[in-house]
Design a protein around this ligand. Structure first.
Ligand code: CP
Ligand code: NVA
Length: 305
């Protein structure tokens, strides 16, 4: 066992390969325990504060259910409750919460807020999505790929769409697990250069192209996400035009390996980045992926808190 107690999860880049492996093993164990109906109250009587500055279905429900299943309790703090930086500074939110709860999960806009919260908090901080990163999602995604393929090293994951928070965290996680990535995005919508450099330094084998067909050739996994993320609503109309040729539809899926799996973090905009036909096809694993958010985040909380 590697000691992870007290650590934050701001970015997968901060984790070692062994720590990622430990999260996966713990998630597998907790999932099995749940399936056979055995309780695992590792966080009995512990409390997680969940700060949400953006909407959520999966993240909120899986963290809250996860805490309940681990014997603890979660408190949902809505955007109007805390008003970070407006009602009081981020460091006071961190210092106050640290005196009462055992962990903090935050979904916010700027990643700098997550970084500051983690710096000022005495209890572990878990990034539940920022404009830059979505680590709990990408860890779950690669865990799901492992469940389906029973191997990760050497697989090719094609990401088609916006070089966004989900894409960035997939790059960091793929680097840790020796998964090759090929990203197809429109000109000007490439992933953040700094993240690209860090992921490459960490060993990520990466191709960036503007051609979705090239990206999905020989792919074991096709991944996509919305064209306009939360906070980019005003750009939606423009983005729908820019991204038109980057839809994951059955024609594109047929250009990948025959046993390719298709993933999406959800929520999806059907008819935009992905078609309903693809989601309903034998290739889609999106609901297993969503289920696994619960198991993987339980593992993260059990290890860090
Ligand atoms: N994938 C994901 O994080 O979903 P929510 O935005 O519903 O939490
Ligand atoms: N990129 C999306 C992911 C939602 C889970 C967003 O940030 O809105």
């Amino acid at each position: 066992m590697i000691k992870m107690k007290g650590k934050n999860l701001v970015s997968v880049h901060d984790l070692s390969r062994e720590e990622v492996d430990q999260i996966f093993k713990t998630a597998e164990y907790l999932k099995m325990k749940k399936k056979i109906g055995e309780k695992c109250e590792i966080l009995k009587d512990r409390t997680l504060a969940m700060i949400f500055e953006k909407p959520s279905l999966r993240t909120r429900v899986t963290f809250e259910t996860g805490m309940t299943e681990l014997g603890g309790h979660a408190i949902y703090l809505a955007p109007s409750d805390i008003q970070m930086g407006k009602r009081e500074p981020v460091y006071d939110v961190a210092r106050n919460l640290s005196r009462w709860v055992d962990g903090i999960m935050i979904r916010t806009f700027s990643n700098e807020i997550v970084v500051e919260l983690a710096k000022e908090s005495r209890v572990p901080v878990i990034n539940g999505l920022s404009d830059l990163l979505h680590p709990c999602q990408s860890l779950t995604d690669l865990f799901t790929v492992y469940e389906k393929k029973r191997v990760l090293k050497g697989l090719k994951l094609a990401y088609v769409g916006d070089g966004n928070n989900v894409c960035h965290s997939l790059m960091f996680t793929s680097a840790k697990l020796d998964v090759e990535m090929s990203i197809a995005c429109p000109n000007g919508y490439e992933p953040n250069k700094e993240i690209e450099n860090l992921a490459r330094e960490d060993g990520l084998e990466l191709t960036i192209t503007h051609d979705p067909e090239k990206a999905v050739k020989d792919a074991d996994v096709i991944y996509t996400d919305v064209w306009a993320s939360m906070g980019q609503e005003s750009e939606r109309e423009k983005r729908v035009k820019v991204f038109r040729d980057y839809q994951v539809n059955m024609d594109l899926v047929r250009k990948a390996k025959e046993d390719v799996i298709v993933m999406h973090c959800l929520p999806a905009h059907y008819g935009e980045e992905i078609t309903k036909e693809v989601i309903e096809s034998k290739h889609s694993v999106v609901y297993d992926e969503a289920e696994n958010r619960l198991h993987v985040q339980k593992a993260i909380m059990a290890l860090l808190m």
